[in-house]
Design a protein around this ligand. Structure first.
Ligand SMILES: [Zn+2]
Length: 154
C-alpha cells in the first residue's frame, strides 16, 4: 500500500482546493450513498489516476451490467476527493488526493470485518478483482476493515 511519503512524491501535497483533480465521465450513473435520490454522472479524482478509475467502472459495467450493479449496491457512491485527515489519525486520508473511493459505505462500515461487510461476500469478488487489475487495493482485503474503501496501490 502507498505511504504518505510516496503519495506526496507522486501525487503532490494535498490541498483543500484539489488543484490536481480532473473530472471523469462515469459509464453508469452512481447514487449518492447519503442521498439515494441524487445520481451523479461525473466524479472528481486525481488526474494521474483518472484513466484507472475509468477502466474500473467500464469493466464493472461490462462484467455485471447496470441492473446487477444497482442490485448489489456497487453504484452507491461514498466519495472520492475529500481533503481531510485519516480517520483516527493525523495523516492525510488517501481521499485528500482523490486517489481513493468509497462504495456502499452503509453496508461496509469502517469497523466491520469480513464476517458482516457486504463486499466480503463472494458476489463481490469479481468487483474486487477488477479494482486490483487496474492498480487499486481493497482495505477490506488487505486489513479486514473499511471494506468500502479502495485506493491506488502506488
Ligand atoms: Zn475511504
Amino acid at each position: 500500500m502507498i505511504t504518505t511519503k510516496q503519495a506526496i512524491a507522486k501525487y503532490g501535497t494535498p490541498n483543500e482546493h484539489g488543484t490536481y483533480l480532473t473530472s471523469i465521465q462515469l459509464p453508469y450513473p452512481m447514487r449518492l450513498a447519503w442521498d439515494l435520490n441524487t445520481t451523479v454522472k461525473t466524479m472528481r479524482c486525481h488526474r494521474l489516476v483518472a484513466d484507472k478509475f475509468k477502466a474500473v467502472f467500464t469493466d464493472l459495467l461490462a462484467y455485471y451490467g447496470y441492473e446487477k450493479i444497482k442490485e448489489l449496491g456497487i453504484d452507491l457512491f461514498g466519495g472520492c476527493f475529500n481533503f481531510r485527515a485519516m480517520r483516527g489519525g493525523s495523516d492525510w486520508s488517501r481521499h485528500s488526493w482523490g486517489i481513493a473511493i468509497d462504495l456502499d459505505p452503509l453496508r461496509n462500515k469502517l469497523k466491520e470485518s469480513k464476517r458482516t461487510a457486504r463486499f466480503a461476500r463472494p458476489e463481490y469478488k469479481p468487483m474486487i478483482d477488477i479494482f486490483y487489475k487496474h492498480g487499486f487495493v481493497s482495505l477490506g482485503v488487505e486489513k479486514d476493515y473499511d471494506w468500502m474503501h479502495f485506493e491506488i496501490r502506488e
